[in-house]
Write a protein that binds this ligand. Structure first.
Ligand code: ATP
Length: 153
């Protein structure tokens, strides 16, 4: 389905702001990119990152929508506990949790990000992550624009 992605982000964000009782700022800088995705899969993907941002931080959450000639980039940023560099390679593995003692009180099974990875793979979406302990974390979803698919190679 070809959808205006900012609209979809807004509907997920407005719902979660009420559940979390927390501000989630969307910054699309006036852009209104459209992407080909299965909306329920994309919503679930977004929810997983926003749920984690909520669990592992206590300030506002930022969602930025950016666009290049070839892709739409969606960045979910929190200003929370961050992820140690040595763990970044493992967080998409099933049941992996950075700090069992620390994260136990927040609940969680360590499944969220492995499901996100699978959803992203199935929808040809790339995920990248950057993080700094005690500063926060940004997950970036990179969604290729359809016209670009396969043409270059
Ligand atoms: P759940 O399956 O309920 O989401 P979970 O949060 O433990 O549980 P994942 O979503 O797979 O599992 O995340 C794996 C681990 O990555 C987490 O346990 C946490 O240590 C770390 N993590 C994920 N997102 C963040 C974030 N935004 N900030 C800090 N750590 C994070």
């Amino acid at each position: 389905e070809y959808i205006p992605v900012v609209k979809l982000i807004e509907s997920v964000v407005y719902r979660l702001e009420k559940v979390f009782k927390r501000n989630i700022n969307i910054d699309a800088s006036g852009r209104n990119p459209h992407i080909y995705v299965h909306p329920p899969a994309f919503e679930q993907l977004l929810r997983i990152f926003l749920d984690n941002a909520h669990k592992y931080s206590s300030d506002d959450i930022d969602v930025a929508v950016d666009e290049t000639a070839h892709a739409v980039l969606i960045k979910i940023t929190d200003y929370g506990i961050g992820i140690p560099e040595e763990d970044l390679g493992d967080i998409f593995t099933r049941f992996y949790r950075v700090d069992k003692a620390r994260t136990r009180k927040t609940g969680g099974s360590g499944l969220g990000l492995s499901i996100a990875k699978q959803l992203a793979d199935n929808n040809d979406i790339k995920i990248s992550v950057s993080s700094k302990v005690d500063e926060g974390t940004t997950f970036t979803l990179i969604i290729k624009k359809e016209a670009d698919n396969g043409e270059a190679e």
